[in-house]
Design a protein around this ligand. Structure first.
Ligand code: A3D
Length: 320
């Protein structure tokens, strides 16, 4: 059986990290694509030269032409610009929307059967636009944010409780922005919901609230420290988990920005919800009951995504 072909559209900080991880995990051959000449070629060669040391087999191709992504099984999109300190994700909209138009056309022409994972910000609006620009089925185009947001939540919780990250689950809904909704009652340590852990004296409500807020601000915290760009290790790991679940038909239950058509009362928008990812792409959207407070937070998050989609449609009127 031939190896999978994974196309990385954008070979910057996340793209390069993805390329390295794909090799280390032997998920397939890699095409690094970028508009910058030399960067995808250089990163590809550098990683290929690490393969004899680490003992993996994968072909690396660096390219500046979309033809190179022909027949890709998975496309992971990071093309565009990241945030700098003081910028919100939404400030990137105008520039990155134009990039999505080019990327969508490239995927439509050369990789129409791929599973597409978008990472470019502002995430929920960019994946919504990318699906339309590419014309791919809605269940084959999704956005990575929920795995990262819940990983941040899990990391902070594991630190607070001094337990293994493996035993902490975290549940984050909504758009990838300041309005995201970390759900404490669906987040657990070895199955014990967080509100029970407060009752058991493991932590306090105040500490939990602070962790929720730190999760919401998780991206900005890294931008503030790096000063030159945004997070890339954890975003890359998160997208790899999604790609692996698709390629191996693992049917993992992962939160991602998925196209909603009535679920959670939302129509024709991409918003972060729990999904099942398998060989069929986003195979199922899991609808959970929300209490009044959670629903209110979710609605606020959806409204903020809707505003961004509207801003996109004002720039590119063919989007609807
Ligand atoms: P960076 O290292 O700047 O890489 C972006 C790459 O895109 C650069 O190499 C550019 O040359 C390339 N590029 C720009 N325009 C085009 C184009 N038209 N076609 C092809 N390539 C192009 O950024 P990064 O890798 O750190 O981040 C990439 C994106 O991911 C940014 O939009 C970030 O905001 C976003 N991001 C999202 C998350 C989420 O959780 C959703 C997390 C972190 C970063």
């Amino acid at each position: 059986m031939a190896r999978n072909k994974i196309a990385l559209i954008g070979s910057g900080m996340i793209g390069g990290t993805l390329a390295h991880m794909i090799g280390l995990k032997e998920l397939g051959d890699v095409v690094l694509f970028d508009i910058a000449d030399g960067i995808p070629q250089g990163k590809g060669l550098d990683i290929a030269e690490s393969a004899p040391v680490d003992g993996f087999d994968a072909k690396y191709v660096g390219a500046n032409s979309y033809e190179a992504i022909k027949g890709a099984d998975v496309c992971i999109v990071t093309a565009g610009v990241p945030r700098k300190p003081g910028m919100s994700r939404d400030d990137l909209l105008g520039i990155n929307l134009k990039v999505m138009e080019q990327v969508g056309a490239g995927i439509k022409k050369y990789a129409p059967d791929a599973f597409v994972i978008c990472i470019t910000n502002p995430l929920d609006a960019m994946v919504w636009a990318l699906q339309q620009f590419s014309g791919l089925p809605k269940n084959k185009v999704c956005g990575m944010a929920g795995v990262l947001d819940s990983a941040r939540f899990r990391h902070f919780l594991a630190e607070e409780f001094d337990v293994s990250v493996e035993d902490v689950t975290g549940f984050v809904l909504g758009g990838h922005g300041d309005t995201m909704v970390p759900l404490t009652r669906y987040s657990t340590v070895a199955g014990i919901p967080l509100p029970d852990l407060v009752k058991m004296g493991w932590t306090t409500k105040e500490k939990l609230d602070a962790i929720v807020q730190r999760t919401r601000d998780g991206g900005a915290e890294i931008v503030g420290l790096l000063k030159t760009g945004s997070a890339y290790y954890a975003p890359a790991s998160s997208a790899i988990a999604m790609a692996e679940s698709y390629l191996k038909d693992k049917k993992r239950v992962l939160p991602c920005a998925a196209h909603l058509n009535g679920q959670y009362g939302v129509k024709n928008m991409y918003v972060g919800v729990p999904t099942v990812i398998g060989a069929g792409g986003v195979e199922r959207i899991i609808e959970i009951d929300l209490n009044k407070t959670e629903q209110k937070m979710f609605d606020k998050s959806v409204a903020s995504v809707a505003g961004l989609c509207e801003a996109c449609a004002n720039i590119a009127p063919n989007l609807k």
